[in-house]
Design a protein around this ligand. Structure first.
Ligand code: NAD
Length: 250
C-alpha cells in the first residue's frame, strides 16, 4: 500500500472485478480516491485489479463478499474502514441477470436476481449510512438500468430489481440530504461488458438499430458519469436518475 495524503477520499465499489464496476474502480483511483471493492468469486481478477490501483498511486482493499449476504457486506465494509479509513463514496455495481419470459421464470431465478441486485444495494447502503450521517458527508451512486425505467421483455426479475433501486435511492436521497449526503442512480442502456457479451450477435445488432447513436456504450463512458456524480462537482445533484444509453429512451 502506498502512502496517502490526509485529504484522500475513500470510495467503496461493489462488483469491482468486472465490467462497469472495474472501470469505476480504476476511474476513481485515477481521480485520487483510495478504493475498496468486493467481488463474487474471481480472486485472480481481484489481485490483478489491486495491482492496477496501486500502480495509480492509491491504496486499495478488496474482499470476496456476496452482496446479498448482509454479514459478508458488513465484514467487507469494516475491513475497508480498518484498512483505508472512513468511506466517503459508495458505488453499487454488483448485479446479475437470469432472463426468461415470466411463464418460464424459475422461482429461484426471480429470488436470486432480487437478492443480488436489490437486497445487495440495501445491504451496502444500510451498512455505510450510519458513518456517513455521523460525519455529515457522503455520496452514493447505485447502478440501475434502462430496464428498470421502461421494462424489458424476458427481464421481469431484473427490471423489478432495477426499478426498486430507483425508488430506494430517491427515498434515501430525501432522508439523508439534510446530513449532506447525496444519493443518485446511473441507469445505463447497452454497455459492452461480460453481462452483454453473453447475448448473441443478432440481439446485439437489433439493439444497435434501436439506439440513435447506433452503437453500444463503453465502460469508460459509464465510469466517467459515475466519477462526476460521486464527486463534489455534482454537489447539488441528488435523487437523480441519469440515463446513459445512446438515446435509446427517445
Ligand atoms: P458484469 O457481469 O460484467 O460484472 C458484474 C460484477 O458484479 C462482477 O464483478 C461480479 O463479480 C459482481 N457480482 C455479481 N454477483 C455478485 C454478488 N452476489 N456479490 C458481489 N459481487 C457480485 O456486469 P456489468 O455489465 O459490469 O454490470 C454492472 C452493473 O451495471 C450491474 O448492476 C448491471 O445490472 C448494470 N447494468 C449493466 C448494463 C450493461 O449493458 N452492461 C446495462 C444496464 C445496467
Amino acid at each position: 500500500m502506498s502512502d496517502s495524503p490526509e485529504t484522500t477520499k475513500v470510495a467503496l465499489v461493489s462488483g469491482g472485478t468486472r465490467g462497469i464496476g472495474r472501470g469505476v474502480v480504476l476511474r476513481l483511483a485515477a481521480d485520487g480516491y483510495d478504493v475498496s471493492f468486493c467481488y463474487a468469486s474471481n480472486a485472480d481478477a481481484a489481485a490483478e485489479l489491486e495491482k492496477e490501483v496501486l500502480a495509480l498511486g492509491r491504496r486499495v482493499f478488496s474482499q470476496q463478499a456476496d452482496v446479498s449476504d448482509m454479514a459478508a457486506v458488513r465484514s467487507w465494509v469494516s475491513g475497508t474502514e480498518e484498512a483505508l479509513g472512513p468511506i466517503d463514496a459508495a458505488v453499487t455495481s454488483a448485479g446479475i441477470t437470469r432472463d426468461n419470459p415470466l411463464l418460464l421464470m424459475k422461482d429461484e431465478d426471480w429470488q436470486r436476481v432480487i437478492q443480488v441486485n436489490l437486497d445487495g444495494v440495501y445491504n451496502v447502503c444500510r451498512t455505510v449510512i450510519y458513518e456517513m450521517m455521523k460525519r455529515k458527508s457522503g455520496s452514493i451512486v447505485n447502478l440501475s438500468s434502462v430496464a428498470g425505467v421502461y421494462g424489458n421483455a424476458t427481464q421481469t426479475n431484473y427490471s423489478a430489481s432495477k426499478a426498486g433501486i430507483i425508488g430506494f435511492t430517491k427515498s434515501l436521497a430525501k432522508e439523508v440530504g439534510r446530513y449532506g449526503i447525496r444519493a443518485n442512480v446511473v441507469a445505463p442502456g447497452f454497455i459492452d461488458t461480460d453481462m452483454t457479451s453473453a447475448l448473441n450477435e443478432k440481439v446485439i445488432e437489433q439493439a444497435k438499430n434501436q439506439i440513435p447513436l447506433r452503437r453500444v456504450g463503453t465502460v469508460d463512458e459509464v465510469a466517467d458519469l459515475v466519477s462526476y456524480l460521486v464527486a463534489d462537482r455534482a454537489s447539488y445533484i441528488t435523487g437523480a436518475v441519469l440515463q446513459i444509453d445512446g438515446g435509446i429512451h427517445l
